[in-house]
Design a protein around this ligand. Sequence first.
Ligand code: COA
Length: 327
Amino acid sequence: MTGIICGTGSYAPSYIMGNNDIAKLVETSDEWIQERTGVVRRHIIREETTVSMASKAGLRALRDAGVSPEEIDLILVSTISSNVIIPCAACEVQKELGAVNATCFDLSAACTGFVLAYNTAAAYLACGIYRTALVIGSESLSNLTNWKDRGTCILFGDGAGAAVMKASDQKFYLPVTHSEGAKGVALTCKSRHDCNGLTTELRTESMLDQEYFMQMDGQAVFKFAVKKVPEVVKEVLKRNRISQQEIDWYILHQANRRIVEAVAKRLDEPIEKFPMNLQEYGNTSSASIPILLDELKKDGRLKSGQKIVLAGFGAGLTWGAAMIEWQ
Ligand code: COA
């Protein structure tokens, strides 16, 4: 038994900040941001919240799967930027969707969050505890961003992605995941501050302590990602006795184009196997993988029988990979 994805959905705020808008806030340029990161624009919340985006993406995934809210047994929201501390975002999503039969909880593992949420749901479905799950990654990283820090504010964006998973008697592919708390200092954020509705300038002015924003050692995180992601991809393939040649897609967390390119190079795989949409959304943490999955499904690139590796990495430090056979 395992859990298989049978529907996807996503949501991105309509308000867009291009690189030139960022260049009005900090000393940077469109050229620099594109060259160093690949990001061209990012979607930023105005009226939306982490919960509202999660609900919209979740509803779209339910419609795509042809599953009613009442059929959902488990709602799992991966987020580091919920607009509510309690109740958990998943319970708020349950309320919005009317998924009255679901058990709901959140998972916090930053940019590895969706891979871990997928693994968690797959394990529950595989052992028969639940039959239908809604797994969501939703983030309002703009609330955690210091819009005066050019080392971080160029990177992040807001959005949500979701997948409906059902129990299936197909093969269970074992995931591989790792954590190294001792290196967590490379990417930290002390607290969440609700800045919905404020302009980016006012968000930063309203914060008393710079440490309450995300703080990052960019080069340390970059080096960590380009070393650990190829390793964990190889590990997950070995664990499931699958060769790289059998893999159709590597769907990586969308942090930086140069990281994705470096991973492809280290695996000696063509870059065409590594779809990217970070140019449109920036780094949306745990939302990036399900948003990309949804895009690939909608534009017909995902075909039945294809083998896919999902790989996430980020704060914690955490990293991991999961294998999927597309239905
Ligand atoms: N615009 C213009 N110049 C900038 C800049 C910006 N936004 N940010 C930094 N610089 C400058 C630096 O001050 C430095 O100038 P100097 O050479 O005069 O000292 C120069 O550009 C190079 O800085 P550096 O930090 O070495 O750049 P980089 O190539 O490492 O790129 C990141 C910075 C943040 C884009 C890159 O390190 C990165 O993407 N890291 C991974 C981050 C990530 O993905 N985090 C999330 C993981 S889930």
